[in-house]
Write a protein that binds this ligand. Sequence first.
Ligand SMILES: Nc1ncnc2c1ncn2[C@@H]1O[C@H](COP(=O)(O)OP(=O)(O)OP(=O)(O)O)[C@@H](O)[C@H]1O
Length: 344
Amino acid sequence: MNGTITTDHVAPDPSGPADAGESKLVVDSVTVEYKTRKGTVHAVSDVSLDVPRGSTLALVGESGCGKSSLGRAMLQLPRPTAGSVRVDETDLTTLSGSALKQARKMIQMVFQDPISSLNPRRTVRDIVAEGLEIQGVEGGRAEIRRRVDAALESVGLDPEHAGGRRPSEFSGGQCQRIALARALVLEPEVLVCDEPVSALDVSVQAQILNLLEDMKERYRLTMVFISHDLSVVHNIADQVAVMYLGTVCEVADTEALYRAPAHPYTMLLISSAPTLGGTLADTLGEAAISATSSELPSPLNPPSGCRFRTRCPRATELCATERPQLVDIAPGHKVACHHPLEEN
Ligand SMILES: Nc1ncnc2c1ncn2[C@@H]1O[C@H](COP(=O)(O)OP(=O)(O)OP(=O)(O)O)[C@@H](O)[C@H]1O
Protein backbone atom coordinates (compact mmCIF):
# COMPACT_ATOMS: atom_id res chain seq x y z
CA MET A 1 0.00 0.00 0.00
CA ASN A 2 1.15 3.51 -0.62
CA GLY A 3 -0.21 6.99 -0.18
CA THR A 4 0.20 8.05 -3.80
CA ILE A 5 -2.56 10.35 -4.91
CA THR A 6 -3.73 9.61 -8.41
CA THR A 7 -7.32 10.76 -8.46
CA ASP A 8 -8.56 13.63 -10.56
CA HIS A 9 -12.18 13.40 -9.50
CA VAL A 10 -12.40 16.30 -7.09
CA ALA A 11 -12.57 19.67 -8.74
CA PRO A 12 -10.21 22.31 -7.37
CA ASP A 13 -11.88 24.99 -5.34
CA PRO A 14 -12.61 27.73 -7.87
CA SER A 15 -12.88 30.44 -5.28
CA GLY A 16 -9.21 31.05 -4.76
CA PRO A 17 -6.22 30.05 -2.68
CA ALA A 18 -6.53 28.08 0.52
CA ASP A 19 -5.29 30.95 2.62
CA ALA A 20 -7.88 33.45 1.43
CA GLY A 21 -8.96 33.86 5.09
CA GLU A 22 -12.72 34.17 4.66
CA SER A 23 -15.09 32.00 6.66
CA LYS A 24 -15.96 28.64 5.19
CA LEU A 25 -17.79 27.10 8.13
CA VAL A 26 -19.61 29.22 10.67
CA VAL A 27 -21.16 27.72 13.77
CA ASP A 28 -23.39 30.29 15.44
CA SER A 29 -24.78 29.89 18.98
CA VAL A 30 -25.22 26.13 18.59
CA THR A 31 -26.87 24.23 21.42
CA VAL A 32 -27.34 20.47 21.52
CA GLU A 33 -29.55 18.95 24.20
CA TYR A 34 -30.69 15.37 24.65
CA LYS A 35 -33.92 14.63 26.47
CA THR A 36 -33.39 11.53 28.57
CA ARG A 37 -35.31 9.80 31.35
CA LYS A 38 -32.95 11.37 33.87
CA GLY A 39 -33.46 14.88 32.48
CA THR A 40 -31.94 17.10 29.81
CA VAL A 41 -28.29 16.49 28.88
CA HIS A 42 -26.69 19.84 28.07
CA ALA A 43 -24.13 18.44 25.61
CA VAL A 44 -23.32 21.69 23.77
CA SER A 45 -24.35 25.12 25.07
CA ASP A 46 -24.31 28.20 22.88
CA VAL A 47 -21.10 27.53 20.95
CA SER A 48 -19.91 29.79 18.15
CA LEU A 49 -16.92 29.05 15.91
CA ASP A 50 -15.57 30.31 12.63
CA VAL A 51 -13.36 28.14 10.44
CA PRO A 52 -11.56 29.97 7.60
CA ARG A 53 -11.51 28.36 4.16
CA GLY A 54 -8.76 25.78 3.77
CA SER A 55 -7.81 25.75 7.44
CA THR A 56 -8.04 23.09 10.15
CA LEU A 57 -9.80 23.74 13.42
CA ALA A 58 -9.16 21.22 16.20
CA LEU A 59 -11.87 20.66 18.81
CA VAL A 60 -10.26 19.29 21.95
CA GLY A 61 -11.43 18.40 25.44
CA GLU A 62 -12.08 15.49 27.78
CA SER A 63 -14.41 12.64 26.93
CA GLY A 64 -18.03 13.76 27.31
CA CYS A 65 -17.38 17.49 26.81
CA GLY A 66 -19.57 17.56 23.69
CA LYS A 67 -17.05 17.36 20.83
CA SER A 68 -18.89 14.64 18.88
CA SER A 69 -22.28 16.22 19.52
CA LEU A 70 -20.99 19.49 18.09
CA GLY A 71 -19.33 17.73 15.13
CA ARG A 72 -22.53 15.85 14.33
CA ALA A 73 -24.59 19.03 14.71
CA MET A 74 -22.42 20.58 11.98
CA LEU A 75 -23.75 17.87 9.64
CA GLN A 76 -27.30 18.08 11.04
CA LEU A 77 -26.93 14.57 12.46
CA PRO A 78 -29.19 15.43 14.16
CA ARG A 79 -30.10 19.07 13.69
CA PRO A 80 -28.95 21.11 16.73
CA THR A 81 -31.51 22.11 19.34
CA ALA A 82 -30.73 25.78 18.61
CA GLY A 83 -28.33 27.89 16.58
CA SER A 84 -27.18 27.76 12.99
CA VAL A 85 -24.44 26.11 10.92
CA ARG A 86 -23.40 27.73 7.65
CA VAL A 87 -21.13 26.48 4.89
CA ASP A 88 -20.40 29.54 2.78
CA GLU A 89 -23.81 31.18 2.41
CA THR A 90 -25.83 28.01 2.95
CA ASP A 91 -27.49 27.74 6.35
CA LEU A 92 -27.80 23.98 6.80
CA THR A 93 -30.13 24.36 9.78
CA THR A 94 -32.88 25.84 7.58
CA LEU A 95 -32.81 22.97 5.06
CA SER A 96 -34.69 19.71 5.01
CA GLY A 97 -35.57 16.91 2.60
CA SER A 98 -33.84 16.96 -0.77
CA ALA A 99 -32.29 20.41 -0.21
CA LEU A 100 -30.50 19.10 2.90
CA LYS A 101 -29.50 15.94 1.04
CA GLN A 102 -27.89 18.02 -1.70
CA ALA A 103 -26.20 20.35 0.79
CA ARG A 104 -24.75 17.40 2.74
CA LYS A 105 -22.35 16.82 -0.14
CA MET A 106 -20.53 19.94 1.05
CA ILE A 107 -19.81 18.58 4.50
CA GLN A 108 -18.80 15.03 5.30
CA MET A 109 -17.64 13.19 8.39
CA VAL A 110 -15.10 10.50 9.23
CA PHE A 111 -15.81 8.63 12.48
CA GLN A 112 -13.62 7.29 15.25
CA ASP A 113 -14.13 3.57 14.88
CA PRO A 114 -13.44 2.76 11.24
CA ILE A 115 -14.50 -0.87 11.45
CA SER A 116 -17.93 -0.34 13.01
CA SER A 117 -18.58 2.73 10.83
CA LEU A 118 -18.51 0.54 7.69
CA ASN A 119 -21.35 -1.82 6.80
CA PRO A 120 -19.79 -5.32 7.18
CA ARG A 121 -22.13 -6.90 4.61
CA ARG A 122 -21.28 -4.59 1.72
CA THR A 123 -18.22 -4.57 -0.51
CA VAL A 124 -15.77 -1.70 -0.35
CA ARG A 125 -16.91 -0.39 -3.75
CA ASP A 126 -20.55 -0.44 -2.61
CA ILE A 127 -19.70 1.33 0.63
CA VAL A 128 -17.81 4.10 -1.14
CA ALA A 129 -20.50 4.37 -3.86
CA GLU A 130 -23.43 4.68 -1.45
CA GLY A 131 -23.34 8.48 -1.12
CA LEU A 132 -23.12 8.94 -4.89
CA GLU A 133 -26.06 6.60 -5.40
CA ILE A 134 -28.13 8.53 -2.89
CA GLN A 135 -27.19 11.84 -4.51
CA GLY A 136 -27.59 10.59 -8.09
CA VAL A 137 -24.80 11.12 -10.60
CA GLU A 138 -24.84 12.09 -14.26
CA GLY A 139 -23.28 9.29 -16.25
CA GLY A 140 -24.86 6.54 -14.18
CA ARG A 141 -23.10 3.42 -13.00
CA ALA A 142 -20.01 3.82 -15.15
CA GLU A 143 -19.35 7.28 -13.75
CA ILE A 144 -19.99 6.09 -10.19
CA ARG A 145 -17.50 3.26 -10.72
CA ARG A 146 -14.90 5.67 -12.12
CA ARG A 147 -15.26 8.05 -9.21
CA VAL A 148 -15.25 5.29 -6.58
CA ASP A 149 -12.05 3.80 -8.02
CA ALA A 150 -10.41 7.23 -8.16
CA ALA A 151 -11.36 7.87 -4.52
CA LEU A 152 -9.93 4.50 -3.45
CA GLU A 153 -6.70 5.22 -5.31
CA SER A 154 -6.47 8.65 -3.74
CA VAL A 155 -6.38 7.13 -0.26
CA GLY A 156 -3.74 4.59 -1.27
CA LEU A 157 -5.97 1.56 -1.93
CA ASP A 158 -5.85 -0.47 -5.12
CA PRO A 159 -9.47 -0.60 -6.42
CA GLU A 160 -8.92 -3.93 -8.17
CA HIS A 161 -7.57 -5.54 -5.03
CA ALA A 162 -9.79 -3.82 -2.46
CA GLY A 163 -13.03 -3.00 -4.30
CA GLY A 164 -14.72 -6.41 -4.10
CA ARG A 165 -13.71 -7.23 -0.54
CA ARG A 166 -15.57 -6.60 2.70
CA PRO A 167 -14.41 -4.43 5.65
CA SER A 168 -13.56 -7.41 7.85
CA GLU A 169 -10.72 -8.29 5.46
CA PHE A 170 -8.93 -5.02 6.26
CA SER A 171 -6.95 -3.62 9.17
CA GLY A 172 -8.19 -0.63 11.19
CA GLY A 173 -5.93 1.75 9.27
CA GLN A 174 -7.14 0.44 5.91
CA CYS A 175 -10.76 0.71 7.07
CA GLN A 176 -10.11 4.34 7.96
CA ARG A 177 -8.78 4.83 4.39
CA ILE A 178 -12.04 3.33 3.08
CA ALA A 179 -14.06 5.66 5.34
CA LEU A 180 -12.04 8.59 4.03
CA ALA A 181 -12.65 7.51 0.41
CA ARG A 182 -16.37 7.28 1.19
CA ALA A 183 -16.32 10.89 2.42
CA LEU A 184 -14.07 12.28 -0.34
CA VAL A 185 -15.95 10.67 -3.22
CA LEU A 186 -18.72 13.22 -2.64
CA GLU A 187 -16.24 16.06 -3.20
CA PRO A 188 -16.95 17.78 0.11
CA GLU A 189 -15.62 21.20 0.94
CA VAL A 190 -15.66 20.61 4.69
CA LEU A 191 -14.50 17.41 6.38
CA VAL A 192 -15.28 16.75 10.04
CA CYS A 193 -12.96 14.06 11.45
CA ASP A 194 -14.13 12.69 14.80
CA GLU A 195 -11.14 11.14 16.58
CA PRO A 196 -10.04 9.58 13.27
CA VAL A 197 -6.88 7.98 14.66
CA SER A 198 -7.63 7.22 18.30
CA ALA A 199 -8.82 3.67 17.59
CA LEU A 200 -5.68 2.89 15.55
CA ASP A 201 -2.26 1.51 16.49
CA VAL A 202 0.27 4.23 17.12
CA SER A 203 2.31 3.11 14.09
CA VAL A 204 -0.70 3.57 11.81
CA GLN A 205 -1.84 6.86 13.32
CA ALA A 206 0.92 8.86 11.64
CA GLN A 207 0.10 7.37 8.22
CA ILE A 208 -3.56 8.36 8.51
CA LEU A 209 -2.67 11.84 9.81
CA ASN A 210 -0.30 12.31 6.86
CA LEU A 211 -2.99 11.11 4.47
CA LEU A 212 -5.48 13.59 5.92
CA GLU A 213 -2.93 16.35 5.49
CA ASP A 214 -2.34 15.33 1.85
CA MET A 215 -6.06 15.24 1.14
CA LYS A 216 -6.60 18.57 2.80
CA GLU A 217 -3.93 20.27 0.72
CA ARG A 218 -4.85 18.60 -2.52
CA TYR A 219 -8.56 19.31 -2.31
CA ARG A 220 -8.38 22.51 -0.30
CA LEU A 221 -10.58 21.00 2.33
CA THR A 222 -11.63 22.95 5.35
CA MET A 223 -11.28 20.59 8.27
CA VAL A 224 -12.63 20.15 11.79
CA PHE A 225 -10.48 17.66 13.67
CA ILE A 226 -11.94 16.32 16.91
CA SER A 227 -9.56 14.85 19.46
CA HIS A 228 -9.20 14.38 23.21
CA ASP A 229 -5.44 14.53 22.78
CA LEU A 230 -3.73 17.91 22.46
CA SER A 231 -0.49 16.30 21.36
CA VAL A 232 -2.20 14.77 18.29
CA VAL A 233 -3.60 18.06 17.04
CA HIS A 234 -0.42 20.07 17.65
CA ASN A 235 0.98 19.47 14.19
CA ILE A 236 -2.13 19.51 12.08
CA ALA A 237 -4.38 22.29 13.40
CA ASP A 238 -4.22 25.95 12.44
CA GLN A 239 -6.59 26.85 15.27
CA VAL A 240 -7.59 24.98 18.41
CA ALA A 241 -10.90 25.33 20.26
CA VAL A 242 -10.87 23.88 23.77
CA MET A 243 -14.22 22.55 25.01
CA TYR A 244 -15.25 21.95 28.58
CA LEU A 245 -18.65 20.53 29.55
CA GLY A 246 -20.43 21.77 26.44
CA THR A 247 -18.84 25.18 26.18
CA VAL A 248 -15.80 26.56 24.37
CA CYS A 249 -13.45 28.03 26.94
CA GLU A 250 -10.60 29.11 24.64
CA VAL A 251 -9.91 29.42 20.91
CA ALA A 252 -6.54 30.42 19.51
CA ASP A 253 -4.08 29.89 16.72
CA THR A 254 -2.29 26.65 17.55
CA GLU A 255 1.09 28.21 18.22
CA ALA A 256 -0.37 30.81 20.61
CA LEU A 257 -2.50 28.26 22.45
CA TYR A 258 0.47 26.02 23.24
CA ARG A 259 2.86 28.88 23.98
CA ALA A 260 0.57 31.01 26.10
CA PRO A 261 -2.67 29.30 27.14
CA ALA A 262 -4.96 31.75 28.93
CA HIS A 263 -7.68 29.48 30.34
CA PRO A 264 -6.78 27.43 33.41
CA TYR A 265 -8.46 24.40 31.83
CA THR A 266 -6.33 24.69 28.69
CA MET A 267 -3.26 24.82 30.90
CA LEU A 268 -4.46 21.73 32.73
CA LEU A 269 -4.94 19.84 29.46
CA ILE A 270 -1.51 20.88 28.22
CA SER A 271 0.05 19.88 31.52
CA SER A 272 -1.23 16.36 31.09
CA ALA A 273 -0.66 15.88 27.34
CA PRO A 274 1.93 13.24 26.58
CA THR A 275 4.35 14.16 23.81
CA LEU A 276 7.44 12.56 22.39
CA GLY A 277 9.85 14.71 24.32
CA GLY A 278 8.30 14.68 27.79
CA THR A 279 5.32 16.97 28.35
CA LEU A 280 4.33 20.19 26.71
CA ALA A 281 4.11 21.57 30.22
CA ASP A 282 7.90 21.41 30.44
CA THR A 283 8.04 24.24 27.94
CA LEU A 284 5.60 26.23 30.04
CA GLY A 285 7.60 25.75 33.24
CA GLU A 286 6.01 26.67 36.54
CA ALA A 287 2.86 28.08 35.00
CA ALA A 288 1.43 24.56 34.75
CA ILE A 289 -1.51 24.06 37.11
CA SER A 290 -3.42 21.17 38.54
CA ALA A 291 -7.16 20.88 39.01
CA THR A 292 -8.68 21.11 42.48
CA SER A 293 -10.91 18.14 41.66
CA SER A 294 -10.69 15.51 39.00
CA GLU A 295 -14.44 14.92 38.91
CA LEU A 296 -16.24 16.11 35.80
CA PRO A 297 -19.65 17.56 36.75
CA SER A 298 -22.71 16.05 35.10
CA PRO A 299 -23.99 17.62 31.87
CA LEU A 300 -27.46 16.88 33.29
CA ASN A 301 -26.87 19.60 35.83
CA PRO A 302 -23.87 21.75 34.84
CA PRO A 303 -22.47 24.27 37.35
CA SER A 304 -23.82 27.83 37.26
CA GLY A 305 -21.60 30.58 35.89
CA CYS A 306 -18.32 29.18 34.58
CA ARG A 307 -18.70 25.45 34.08
CA PHE A 308 -15.04 24.84 35.00
CA ARG A 309 -15.27 26.64 38.35
CA THR A 310 -15.77 23.47 40.44
CA ARG A 311 -12.33 22.25 39.35
CA CYS A 312 -10.56 25.55 38.92
CA PRO A 313 -7.88 26.69 41.39
CA ARG A 314 -8.54 30.33 40.43
CA ALA A 315 -12.33 30.31 40.92
CA THR A 316 -14.04 33.14 42.84
CA GLU A 317 -17.65 34.00 43.66
CA LEU A 318 -17.96 35.84 40.37
CA CYS A 319 -17.30 32.56 38.55
CA ALA A 320 -20.33 30.99 40.24
CA THR A 321 -22.72 33.77 39.32
CA GLU A 322 -21.69 34.97 35.87
CA ARG A 323 -20.98 32.89 32.82
CA PRO A 324 -17.77 34.28 31.27
CA GLN A 325 -18.13 35.28 27.63
CA LEU A 326 -15.59 34.34 24.98
CA VAL A 327 -13.66 37.61 24.44
CA ASP A 328 -10.62 38.59 22.40
CA ILE A 329 -7.39 38.86 24.38
CA ALA A 330 -5.12 39.07 21.31
CA PRO A 331 -5.66 38.84 17.56
CA GLY A 332 -7.08 35.37 16.88
CA HIS A 333 -7.07 34.46 20.58
CA LYS A 334 -10.30 34.34 22.60
CA VAL A 335 -10.86 33.16 26.15
CA ALA A 336 -13.94 32.73 28.36
CA CYS A 337 -12.54 33.25 31.86
CA HIS A 338 -12.96 35.85 34.60
CA HIS A 339 -9.37 35.25 35.77
CA PRO A 340 -7.28 34.27 32.74
CA LEU A 341 -3.62 33.35 33.09
CA GLU A 342 -1.11 36.05 32.28
CA GLU A 343 1.09 35.49 29.25
CA ASN A 344 4.27 33.77 30.47
N1 LIG B 1 -27.79 10.36 21.98
C1 LIG B 1 -27.52 10.78 23.22
N2 LIG B 1 -28.45 10.77 24.18
C2 LIG B 1 -28.19 11.20 25.43
N3 LIG B 1 -27.00 11.70 25.82
C3 LIG B 1 -26.03 11.75 24.90
C4 LIG B 1 -26.23 11.30 23.55
N4 LIG B 1 -25.06 11.46 22.85
C5 LIG B 1 -24.18 12.01 23.72
N5 LIG B 1 -24.75 12.17 24.95
C6 LIG B 1 -24.14 12.76 26.14
O1 LIG B 1 -23.78 14.09 25.78
C7 LIG B 1 -22.54 14.44 26.40
C8 LIG B 1 -21.55 14.83 25.31
O2 LIG B 1 -21.22 13.65 24.58
P1 LIG B 1 -20.27 13.67 23.30
O3 LIG B 1 -20.16 12.28 22.79
O4 LIG B 1 -20.73 14.74 22.39
O5 LIG B 1 -18.89 14.11 23.95
P2 LIG B 1 -17.40 13.86 23.45
O6 LIG B 1 -16.58 14.99 23.97
O7 LIG B 1 -17.40 13.65 21.99
O8 LIG B 1 -17.02 12.54 24.21
P3 LIG B 1 -16.34 11.20 23.65
O9 LIG B 1 -14.98 11.59 23.21
O10 LIG B 1 -16.37 10.28 24.82
O11 LIG B 1 -17.26 10.77 22.52
C9 LIG B 1 -22.10 13.24 27.21
O12 LIG B 1 -22.53 13.41 28.53
C10 LIG B 1 -22.85 12.09 26.57
O13 LIG B 1 -23.09 11.05 27.48
